[in-house]
Design a protein around this ligand. Sequence first.
Ligand SMILES: Nc1ncnc2c1ncn2[C@@H]1O[C@H](COP(=O)(O)OP(=O)(O)OP(=O)(O)O)[C@@H](O)[C@H]1O
Ligand SMILES: [Mg+2]
Length: 260
Amino acid sequence: MDQDKKIKRIDSARDKARAREKDSERLKVEENVFDVPTLKILYTLSNKGIIKAMGGAISTGKEANVFYAEGEEKELAIKIYRIASSTFKAMDAYIMKDPRFTNIRNNRRDIIFAWTRKELQNLKRAKSAGVRVPEPIIAEKNILIMEFMGEEKTPYPLLKNTPLKNDEAKLVYDKIVEYMRLLYKEANLVHADLSEYNVLIDPADTTPIFIDMGQSVTLEHPNAREFLYRDVQNILRFFGRYGITDKPEELLSKIQADAT
Ligand SMILES: Nc1ncnc2c1ncn2[C@@H]1O[C@H](COP(=O)(O)OP(=O)(O)OP(=O)(O)O)[C@@H](O)[C@H]1O
Ligand SMILES: [Mg+2]
């Protein structure tokens, strides 16, 4: 066999092996997320007409998988918290001290279900306060359904992956500060995982969209200040590279100010 043919054959065998590997990875993920109780809820939601067609995976995170779906009128993002393989221990610290969730039982499933409901409630509060977030639609056990924020089945880019000129970055920063203020003053919430990884950017008008609010806590939470300070530091660290020079105390006082 000539050399070229040999190389071609090796390449194609390797591609096939890679595809198999990818497939088995995908199956592993799907096995973890689509357990029987989760599938039953998805069937029910589809019988109710809330989900018209399930689409592909958007993301596989530490605790949840996000899928694209078609809804009745709108496109949907379906976030499914994994019962089996989520790092749910970390959820404890957030949820157990939240006055809204004082009477949940201390077992894995109940904590995850409460967490999912909490994300829905947090998104609702944020939206009513005027923060741009995906519109929450329904939470059922470990499944949260919300508005899909993207175009042509592709989510809007993360702030982290959005190239910005300094003057655009300043506008995005100001808007994020305003959203942090609205969350704090109007929704009584701290995001508690705010960073360039949990903000999407709408390319049409460069407005930020806050996502991933399962861990957001009310101001009564004993660690609310600490979480707010961490959010502030994350945001300042990211925008430092665009010439934003606010000190943490300056940003904090903007967040805690009455309407400007
Ligand atoms: N409503 C939405 N519309 C479009 N894309 C979304 C939406 N919600 C989430 N995504 C996409 O899915 C990704 C993961 O979502 P999210 O940040 O809520 O979960 P996560 O970070 O995986 O959570 P975890 O903390 O469990 O790892 C986002 O970075 C975004 O790309
Ligand atoms: Mg996230």
